[in-house]
Design a protein around this ligand. Sequence first.
Ligand code: SF4
Length: 443
Amino acid sequence: MKISFHTLGCKLNQAETEELKKDLVQRGFSVVLFGAHEDVAVVRACGVTVDASQTTREMIRRAKRRGAYVIAVGCLENKDLPEIDFVARGNEEVVSHCEARRGAVGCVLASLGREASAMPLRRHKALRTHPTARLRNDRTRTLIKIQTGCNFNCAYCIIPSFRGRTRSVPSEAVIKKIKEAEKDGYKEAVLTGVNICQYKDSSHPPFVPPSGSGGDLAELLKKILRETKIERIRLGSLDPRLISEKLIKLFLPPFYSPLKKGGQNRLMPHWHLSLQSGSDTMLKRMRRGYNAKQYLGIVQKLRQANPLFSFTTDIIVGFPGETEKEFTETCAFVKKMSAQDGPAFGGGFAKIHVFPFSPRPGTAAAKMPNQVQDKIKTERVKKLLKISKAEAKKFAAKFTGKTRPVLFEQKKSGYFAGYTPEFVRVRVKSKQTLQNKIKEIKI
Ligand code: SF4
């Protein structure tokens, strides 16, 4: 039976799809590209914005028009769409439903005297060639899900209503997944979840309640360092209100030795530390639970020990009630980031994802007064992007002349492209293949 996948949204959704593909391939299902005459199409939904919800619906409709049996899973808003044949709550349910479906089809075919397992479900298309999708198109970086759900209630966010309260993957299962990735040839594991800072380990599979008293994210990292050999470990998006001293210490000397050979340097000095606004009044209205000073405090600790430590972030522009003064505070904050490693260096955020606020029905922010006009949002996005570009350029310039280990991915337009530990993209011309190799490169 041929199965295709379409995944919308965040890294967590992508990680869940990769796990599902792997599981189904092991059970003998054949994974094809979405739209390549699949028998079953699995659409992993995203409902984080109104646009994402619409795209999800469109993908479901497209698959149905092709005649596929459609399974929807993930952050799905319109569970009652007539085009959906089955709504699954999670990967386990998709797997058992696919198995049952194959079983049912097999019974029908067997009753016709056919060999069920060799029989394509859609016989009329059996003679066409189907590009079989590989599990990943590279073997460089893999996403490892460690957690889902969230106990917070940020004013603009709908995710907790889709994913519920936080639940964590037991550390043993995380270690197992990383060891499998190592065997598959991956060099880098990216730990992902809805809010990985809420990680709590426990020995009760598959998930633990938020009250679980097990180890936190820092403990999990130590365990991964002790029990696996994967060369690079990168963290997914981090929440400033939950950054512990214990976590920071893992990225500081003497535990961490960013440039010296032989030192512990498998933890990548790159944090996607979600900011959302540089204005304290805005952060309060967004219910973010931290202020600009606290955020800067985290940056200072890491940057002063390692000026190359890289920060990327998200900022929402035009949140309800955002005044010109509050927006200016955000711009000033972004510039202030440059000064955190001494005037000799410069360069603040390595990258900022700037989002114009879009009201998501079902959230507190959608009902707030003083919604900002679209025209003002567009102007502010433009202004912030300009600052962000300049800052990113300054940050990248810090690397000129330095030698950094680069993990190379695919070759494109004659160049091998890869990333330094700080997630700076480097391109190199080489006659030898560099794919999935870590090489010291003078930038
Ligand atoms: S921390 Fe806030 S933004 Fe992130 S998932 Fe939880 S509620 Fe949403």
